[in-house]
Design a protein around this ligand. Structure first.
Ligand code: UD1
Length: 422
């Protein structure tokens, strides 16, 4: 297994290109199952989660070809010849459940294993299932699999989500495009990845209104056709690399960055004393010599502060002047990075869903362990400004969501290497 070794090396400077969004790509790819015609995605990120989704779609009979070094994904689901998404693939990635809605909508039946994914809480899929039931699906849970059928096809219905779920909104949205009649999704997720999915589905011929608001209305159509669609910018990769100069000092331009994707995060970052400027190429972040002020952060569904940036923000606040309170409202058990940051000298108290961080002048490098995707990158960020060497193990989590992390950070002057564990 590989390790990443980071040595605090002072201020960063230069540019980091931001890739297409992992989470958008993982919902755009299953949309291929809705049509017999080809769907091509451009600006795709090169990540192991994308390879997992590729393997899953191929196992169902889709043709998936990676072009231009993985930045283009050409898919064709002329025929779906297997209707079971098996546990051995699905367990690797929770987003695998997103094949359920499209398969059911097009084929009238599907069997999908219950998913695994990051160990950040229970993460059930009950909202996905209830949404499909509201569209007439009949579901049975048997031996760890969801057996779903809709003998006469899915029918439009009203789906009122009791709380916001990104994945359940995506599954319901895809399924509703081919359901008979009108579907209304109430309390829908408003994340940019949902907007991106709706835009792609519309290019495929779907009739959708209201994406990006809490009510999405879908008028079902008989069939969808092919399309080509660019994956939206990865706002989580963007926010992560915005934190690099915030933590290490210096000035870095995030090429392709868009403030509207990370507005709530930008406001918190600016409150710590970091400067953000919009440029022709993207966003420029600078911290020149000044200290970091403590801020309180509460994670919320979009447009609030994203849970997927909480661990990275905590890394910054570890060296802030004062006490910061971070409240995690989306997932239970999402502070597993805290004990690892404490190994580096951070002062953090975790009580339930609240972490209180008392800033220290400087962190110290230490051997630490990645526990999930976002936690692992927070340890790398912390290492950028720590004294001495930080050795992060279990970096396979990182490969799920960050392409070329070592190359991107090296490109702005960080001392970082990936090595084989000895
Ligand atoms: C997506 C993102 C993930 C991000 C999360 C919240 C992808 C591939 N992943 O995950 O990176 O952290 O949104 O922004 O896009 N829940 C239920 N029942 C359900 C579904 C969800 O109880 O059926 C709960 C979850 O356990 C969680 C909350 O709802 O506590 C929100 O989860 P959800 O928005 O569904 O997250 P994902 O779509 O899994």
């Amino acid at each position: 297994m590989d390790q990443i070794i980071v040595t605090g090396n002072g201020a960063l400077s230069g540019q980091i290109p931001i890739a297409g969004a992992k989470n958008a790509c993982l919902t755009l790819m299953p949309a291929t199952l809705l049509s017999e015609e080809p769907l091509t995605l451009t600006n795709a990120p090169r990540l192991s989660d994308i390879q997992t989704m590729t393997a899953l779609l191929q196992s169902l009979g889709a043709e998936v070809t990676s072009l231009q070094d993985g930045q283009v994904i050409a898919m064709s689901s002329h025929a779906i010849d297997n209707h079971t998404a098996h546990y051995d693939i699905v367990r690797k990635m929770r987003a695998s459940i997103l094949v359920l809605g499209p398969m059911l909508a097009r084929e009238g039946h599907a069997v999908v294993s219950l998913p695994g994914g990051c160990a950040i809480g229970a993460r059930p899929v009950d909202l996905h299932l209830k949404a499909l039931e509201a569209m007439g699906a009949e579901l049975e849970l048997k031996d760890g699999y969801v057996h779903a059928c809709a003998p006469g096809g899915l029918k439009g219905g009203v789906v009122a989500f009791p709380f916001v779920s990104v994945g359940a909104t995506e599954n319901a949205l895809m399924a509703a495009t081919l359901a008979k009649g009108t579907t209304v999704l109430k309390n829908a997720a408003k994340e940019p990845e949902i907007v991106d999915l709706a835009q792609c589905l519309r290019k495929m011929g779907a009739q959708i209104d209201g994406e990006g608001t809490e009510t999405i209305t879908i008028q079902g159509v008989d069939r969808l056709h092919g399309a080509t669609h660019p994956v939206v910018t990865d706002r989580i990769e963007l926010g992560t690399y915005m934190l690099a100069p915030a933590i290490a000092g210096g000035e870095v331009e995030l090429v392709g960055g868009r403030r509207d994707l990370v507005e709530a995060f930008c406001q918190k970052l600016e409150a710590t004393g970091v400067h953000i400027n919009e440029t022709d190429a993207g966003l420029k972040v600078s911290r020149n010599g000044n200290g970091i002020q403590a801020v309180d952060v509460t994670t919320e569904p979009f447009p609030g502060f994203p849970t997927d940036l909480q661990a990275q923000m905590m890394a910054l606040l570890c060296t802030a002047d004062g006490v910061s309170v971070l409240e995690e409202q989306i997932f239970e058990n999402r502070f597993m990075h805290a004990p690892e940051l404490m190994r580096m000298g951070a002062q953090i108290d975790v009580h339930g869903g609240t972490a209180t961080v008392t800033g220290v002048p400087r962190l110290k490098g230490a051997p630490v362990m990645a526990t999930d995707l976002r936690a692992s990158v927070s340890l790398i960020l912390a290492g950028l400004a720590a004294e001495g060497e930080t050795v992060v193990s279990r970096v396979y989590h990182l490969d799920r969501g960050y392409e070329h992390v070592v190359g991107k950070l090296k490109g702005v002057g960080a001392l970082i290497e990936r090595v084989r564990e000895t």
